[in-house]
Design a protein around this ligand. Structure first.
Ligand code: GCW
Length: 696
């Protein structure tokens, strides 16, 4: 949304000529904000105030009109484009109007027009030739949502960009410009839902005092097509309702939720529904009363159904009482109850079976629940990817998951097809991303964190989009359209995810982060009462070997995947090395495909990660001519930190694992700067994003 004057003068001239006069119908709040955006966008991009005309026949070069208002000759030119366009889709098309060439932005509904306007502006920012200003686009998912893990005291769980942007204290009366810009930014990439508060929920948000504040936010978001959802604490009937129980089968409890839903809808008629974390990591839930997840979700679904609301129930559950592999627990809990949820319940499933690691195989629930709509949950905030100090382009990770083939209905049963509903014929579809937004002046801490917010939105709209295209769009619209910038920077972005895997979790290692804050390495941590909160649980290193055996001789988590994968990943000959230690426990002397031993391979991959960050730094250093000084300096400093921390990861992990392998570092791997004891002594009680009393 950086509307700086178009740098290419020929292009600028073309645009100025073509879009001098605009006919734009604005008979609704959404169309009004669309017009404001067009005005703001063109004033900046074309360096001239747009002339808005009273009729299309006054020589308009740009016409922005809903389908119902198109005259017959115009409609005829784009009639085919409306097929299957749906509620949110839009069409941008060259047309002839009153004997003159013009560009038309049209849609069935107002919101489609807003999305079309944003897309049009993006095309201009990317300096596309006039004839290429043509697009027909319809979102492939219904709910495209941000999940904020923001607490009412404005701390943000796993937030690394300052405090919460929601100032509950001054709401509902003070409408911060940030709320409006938040809505604009989200609408510009098609996001249409938000849950402003943490899934580790506080029941207070459901009290009248807070609902009034939520109502004020909903009012700001409404013209931008963004619906508000709230995180519902399962024990709210006790905590704020004065009841003795929150048992989902108790009549009073059921009534309490019905009344609460009615109250919310009276304030926010387009309220989206509830997002619920239950019986997970200490959150209360139906199992406290001997009931099932389905009992809990269905009770809330019944309360919301008369108002067309949706329950989004999170599948991120694992229990300290369950001694089976944590990676298996969500599948075991939910797959057997497929079909038992009401039609307005969706299950929100994290991309992988553990927890937002730099690399995980896709979650085995995808493709395994044909009767229950599964929503994707990605994490945009970089809890396990270097916080907001590391440059990691997440669309690459998201794309890998979406393109993964579940093989549940034969070849081609990709996760994207589960999410867009086409594989199982889901009637509701969606994708959520845990937000990386905070009060930092640039919203995301790292300037490149915005690429991840942007990329998430684009993929929620179209899960088939390539990370390469997303990188291209983001770089062009944020920094520069020049080749000398785009080529190297695209490479940098696209390689950055693999770099972080290399210097943090190579060869399928996972969850070896220091406890509580998850900042930096902590593979040695073994002092938590809950076994699955200890990194040693995940890597299982000893003198004999390393890795988690998830084959039939181990936890057999592989059986939760389609036979295609169970066989492929279960067999060392065909298991890709990026998942090696995720599925297998292997001796240090195991020989990798390139002839190195496992120990050598691990050490060399850590080293490679460090080298890759060094290369990112070198590339960035050459980008100075294309980026303003302050931004350039800031990113340079961040890359310095990233390099320092990549080395920290390499040195700490290799010193630790080296004790077991008993082997020296292979040639080519730098010697560590400090002793293992030094790395183990590092403590970060005030690292950002941590919540008090949290210790996994
Ligand atoms: O990733 C883990 C985080 C918790 C988080 C939890 C969840 C909101 O460490 O901070 O809690 O997942 O997704 O519920």
């Amino acid at each position: 949304m950086r509307y700086d004057q178009i740098a290419d003068e020929t292009r600028l001239g073309e645009y100025q000529n073509a879009f001098g006069g605009i006919y734009f119908n604005t008979d609704s709040p959404t169309l009004k904000v669309a017009l404001q955006e067009m005005d703001r966008g063109l004033s900046g991009l074309l360096a001239q105030s747009p002339r808005f005309l009273d009729t299309a026949s006054d020589g308009a070069g740009l016409i922005v009109l809903k389908k119902v208002l198109l005259d017959a000759t115009t409609l005829q030119q784009v009639a085919g484009d409306f097929e299957g366009l749906g509620r949110d889709g839009f069409v941008i098309s060259p047309i002839t109007s009153n004997g003159r060439k013009a560009t038309l932005i049209t849609a069935n509904e107002d919101l489609g027009i807003l999305y079309g306007v944003f897309h049009f502006l993006r095309q201009l920012q990317m300096q596309q030739p006039l004839h290429a200003l043509k697009e027909r686009s319809t979102p492939k998912t219904d709910i495209r949502m941000l999940n904020h893990w923001d607490n009412l005291d404005r701390t943000v769980e796993r937030g690394y960009a300052g405090f919460s942007i929601w100032n509950w204290h001054t709401l509902p009366d003070l409408i911060d410009q940030r709320y409006i810009d938040y809505a604009r930014a989200n609408a510009s990439i098609g996001i249409n839902a938000t849950s402003p508060t943490n899934v580790n929920a506080n029941a207070e948000i459901l009290t009248p005092h807070y609902l009034e504040k939520v109502q004020a936010l909903a009012r700001v978001f409404r013209p931008y097509g963004i619906k508000v959802y709230l995180t519902a604490r399962f024990s709210a009937p006790i905590e704020i309702g004065g009841l003795q129980t929150a048992d989902p089968l108790d009549t009073q409890v059921r009534q309490w939720w019905k009344d609460k839903a009615t109250e919310i809808y009276s304030l926010i008629p387009d309220f989206g529904g509830f997002l619920v974390k239950a019986n997970s990591e200490g959150q209360p839930g139906p199992q406290n009363y001997g009931r099932t997840h389905a009992d809990g979700a269905n009770m809330l679904a019944e309360a919301l159904a008369p108002h067309q609301g949706t329950v989004i129930w999170r599948a991120f559950v694992y229990s300290e009482h369950d001694l089976t592999d944590r990676a298996k627990q969500a599948f075991s809990e939910f797959v057997p109850v497929d079909g038992q949820f009401h039609t307005n319940v969706m299950l929100q499933v994290k991309n992988g079976p553990i927890d937002f690691q730099p690399r995980e195989p896709f979650h085995p629930m995808f493709g395994a629940m044909p009767k229950t709509p599964l929503m994707m949950e990605f994490q945009i905030t970089q809890e396990y990817l270097g916080f907001s100090t590391h440059l990691v382009f997440l669309p690459r990770l998201f794309e890998e998951v979406l393109q993964a083939d579940t093989y549940r209905k034969g070849k081609g049963s990709t996760v994207a097809r589960v999410i867009d509903g086409s594989l199982h014929g889901y009637t509701r579809t969606g994708m959520a991303g845990v937000a990386n937004i905070g009060t930092d002046i640039n919203w995301t801490g790292h300037p490149f964190g915005q690429a991840n917010w942007y990329g998430f939105g684009r993929l929620a709209w179209d899960p088939y989009m390539s990370s390469e295209q997303i990188a291209e769009e983001w770089l062009r619209t944020t920094f520069s359209n020049e080749r000398g910038f785009l080529q190297p920077m695209k490479q940098l972005l696209l390689g950055s995810r693999e770099a972080v895997v290399h210097y943090m979790n190579p060869l399928g290692l996972h969850h070896i982060f220091d406890s509580g804050h998850h900042y930096g390495p902590g593979p040695w941590v073994d002092n938590h009462s809950r076994p699955e909160w200890n990194p040693v649980y995940y890597h299982r290193a000893d003198r004999l070997g390393v890795g988690f055996d998830r084959t039939a001789t181990g936890s057999d988590a592989l059986q939760q995947y389609a036979p295609h994968w169970a066989e492929k990943w279960g067999d060392l000959a065909s298991c890709p090395e990026e998942y090696l230690l995720w599925f297998h426990h292997l001796p240090w002397t195991y020989v990798l495909k390139n002839g190195h031993t496992l120990w050598e391979g691990m050490a060399l991959t850590y080293q490679q990660g460090v080298v890759e960050v060094q290369q990112m730094k070198n590339t960035w250093a050459q980008m100075a001519p294309y980026v303003d000084l302050e931004q350039h300096d800031r990113v340079s400093m961040l890359l310095d930190i990233q390099l320092k921390e990549a080395r920290w990861w390499r040195d700490a992990c290799l010193l630790y694992f080296g004790q077991f392998s008993g082997e020296p570092l292979p040639p080519g791997v730098d010697a560590p700067d400090h002793s293992l004891g030094y790395y183990q002594s590092l403590k970060f009680p005030y690292a950002p994003g941590i919540r008090p009393s949290w210790d996994d």
